[in-house]
Structures are given as C-alpha cells and as structure tokens.
Design a binder for this molecule. Sequence first.
Ligand code: IPE
Ligand code: MG
Length: 236
Amino acid sequence: MDGNGRWATARELPRILGHRAGAATVRQIVEGCCEIGISALTLYAFSWENWHRPSQEVRELMELLVEFLTGELDRLRANQIRLQAMGRLDHLPPEVREQLDRVMAATASHRRMILTLALSYGGRQELVDATRKIASLVQAGRLRPEQINEGLIAQHLYLPELPDPDLLIRTSGEQRLSNFLLWQISYCELYVTPTLWPDFTKQELLEAVRAYQHRERRFGNTSAALTNGQPRPTAE
Ligand code: IPE
Ligand code: MG
C-alpha cells in the first residue's frame, strides 16, 4: 500500500494525513474484495524496515493502527471477515497488540474472508524465524536435515494455513517487492499501478483482477502441456 506520503506531500499536507487517507482506502478495498468473493487479502501495512522511519511517523502510524482496529470491529462482524496478523508482532507497542488480540479473537470464527495485516513484517525476517524454529527441531533430535523440504519450510512460516497469494498489487509505480512474502510469492502474478494508494479504488481493484484473469499461469510448464491438463509440479 505505497504512496501515502507522496499523496500528502502533493497536497502540502503532513504525511500522517496521507496515511489517514490510506486507511479510508483500506476500508473500500476490503469491502471490494468481499463483494467479489476474494477469500484472502493480505495488506502490507508496516514493514520491518518501516521501524527506521522518523520516530514521530512511527508513533503516528501506530496510533492510527490502534484507531483503525478499534473502529473496524463492527464492519468486520457485519461482513464476516476474520482478521489476523503476521510479522514480528512482539515489536509492536502494547496498545497495538491489545487491540490486535481483541479483534483477532472477536473475529476468529468468521469465514467469508481472511484479512491479514502484515505488521512489523519482513520476508527475510520470516525466513530467518522459520529457520530458527527448524534448526531447534534438528538440534533437539526431532527432525533430520534430510526431512527438510518445501512443505516443512512452509509449515514454519508465520501463518502456515494462509494460501500463497495469486495476485500481488503494488501501488505508486514502484517496481520492487520490498521484502514482502518472499517465499509465498514465487509464482504470484504482479500488477503494478502508478496510482498512489489513497487514490486506489474498487474500480481499479476490478481492473487488477481482470488483468489477472487474462494471465496464463504456467508454473514453469509449457502452454501446450497445461492445455492437455498436465498437473503443476509438486513441492519438493
Ligand atoms: C506506505 O506509504 C504506507 C506505509 C509504509 C505505512 P508511504 O509512507 O511509503 O508513502 P510514500 O512512499 O512516502 O509516498
Ligand atoms: Mg513508500
């Protein structure tokens, strides 16, 4: 969800107002995803690297997050959306943790859509954390190194139940991944738009989904083989 700062700067507003406008977009897009039957939406809300921002901006973002979580529960209930979070959550301020825990518990039984907030999240950090867990199993003699395969690594990521994303939307025209879901996006389709996140609309969400529907996902195979119904390769 990139471009909040530029959106604000272009209007000679403080950056936090760009983040506020971005939060309004989040509401619209969550609703839009629900309406078209998307089963899982993951929002990169605060990266591990974002901790390096000026402390005032970090503080304001955390306050906005608390405000967002507090105000969102009714809407999540009404739409049967389950909220979860991924990242190094122990680094978040206690007020954010409290609200997160409250909203996650209150929405745990909802089944229409899973909304995941990537918070204090980095793809490399997730792989480091998974490696540590796996290494301790090996050290404890509960796992042999030759038993480590793709499935086992996937099981030790932050949210092993969450399916790999099919489509990644990057706003504000940046053509990079910025440490997002590095393991999970190996065959994800990318949609890059110059639109700044506060200007992103349900309409453009539909355009992104339509663009996705025209992609041919070959998973390393050939077009002809896929037409003949050959299965995609299995994980090793
Ligand atoms: C993304 O917008 C929001 C967060 C990282 C929380 P930015 O703040 O990165 O916006 P730009 O890149 O400065 O425009
Ligand atoms: Mg940015």
